[in-house]
Design a protein around this ligand. Structure first.
Ligand SMILES: Nc1ccn([C@@H]2O[C@H](COP(=O)(O)OP(=O)(O)OP(=O)(O)O)[C@@H](O)[C@H]2O)c(=O)n1
Ligand SMILES: C[C@](O)(CO)[C@H](O)COP(=O)(O)O
Length: 239
């Protein structure tokens, strides 16, 4: 079976506040998006890569590819007004039964071990998403106070979120709701149980200028080729 990765980069990066969308900003001399694509290609060169871009930035991306002599093969499709719409557009290019990983273009530090866990467990279980433990205390805001929550019941969700097309394609035919903040919420609304595997802590979503500082620091520390040695091959839930 062919495996796919849909890399969504169709957003405008309002929280970054930069003149060009954050996915095109350079870290260590290379656009964020090229780091992300390289990570997937280095993990598995047989992955079919689909890149979702803002329609009005496609020519700019093609110029960047020329400038950086970027040669990793990828299909390109225009994004939509929401991440949901952008993923939906990317799915139009998946033409066969497949495992499809959906990844934020602005998460260049996903580790090979996280990628392996996600695709491996999705193959066995139908889906898998990477999560982290909450490592700070958590409070829920109520009307006039706040309340401590049991953080052992909370997980922080990353990408890639990997699914078999048999549930992913029909799930994305559901009408959009703002509660669809990721792909797992879409597939869960379609009635499937979501399987959790361990993510990696440096797999941050570059969202604000602070994250760019972290990104440069990660590269200096050598996280680009990820040195971690995680062996957690067991899904965090087996439901
Ligand atoms: N219409 C959209 C919105 C988001 N994304 C992508 O989804 C990922 C996660 O979204 P986020 O970090 O929120 O990116 P932006 O929407 O660009 O940022 P902001 O919310 O600050 O505008 C990003 O890779 C982004 O490009 C997308 O493909 N299409
Ligand atoms: C998909 C995601 O990255 C999982 O953590 C996240 O939900 C995206 O959120 P945003 O609203 O696009 O920042």
């Amino acid at each position: 079976m062919t495996n796919y990765a849909i890399i969504v980069a169709g957003g405008s990066g309002t929280r970054m506040g930069s003149a060009i969308p954050k996915q095109f900003l350079e870290i260590n001399g290379l656009p964020v998006l090229m780091h992300t694509i390289n990570t997937f290609h280095n993990f598995d060169a047989s992955l079919q890569l689909v890149l979702v871009l803002p329609e009005d930035q496609i020519a700019y991306w093609q110029d960047l590819c020329q400038k950086h002599r970027f040669s990793v093969a990828h299909a390109i499709t225009p994004g939509g007004a929401t991440r949901f719409e952008s993923v939906k557009n990317g799915l139009q290019l998946v033409k066969e039964p497949a495992l499809v990983g959906i990844h934020d273009g602005v998460r260049p530090f996903v580790s090979p071990d996280t990628l392996k866990r996600c695709y491996h467990h999705a193959k066995a279980l139908g889906n898998a998403i990477p999560v982290l433990d909450a490592f700070e205390s958590i409070r829920q805001i109520e009307e006039d106070c706040s309340k401590a929550l049991d953080r052992s019941t909370i997980k922080l969700v990353q990408t890639p979120q990997v699914f078999h097309t048999d549930c992913l394609l029909p799930a994305y035919n559901q009408p959009y709701t703002p509660l669809f903040t990721d792909d797992a919420s879409v597939v869960e609304a379609y009635g499937r149980t979501i399987h959790l595997v361990a993510g990696n802590r440096e797999n941050i979503k570059i969202t604000t200028p602070f994250d760019l500082v972290l990104a440069e620091a990660f590269i200096k520390a050598g996280f680009e080729e990820s040195k971690e040695e995680e062996e957690d091959e067991v899904p965090m839930n087996n439901a």
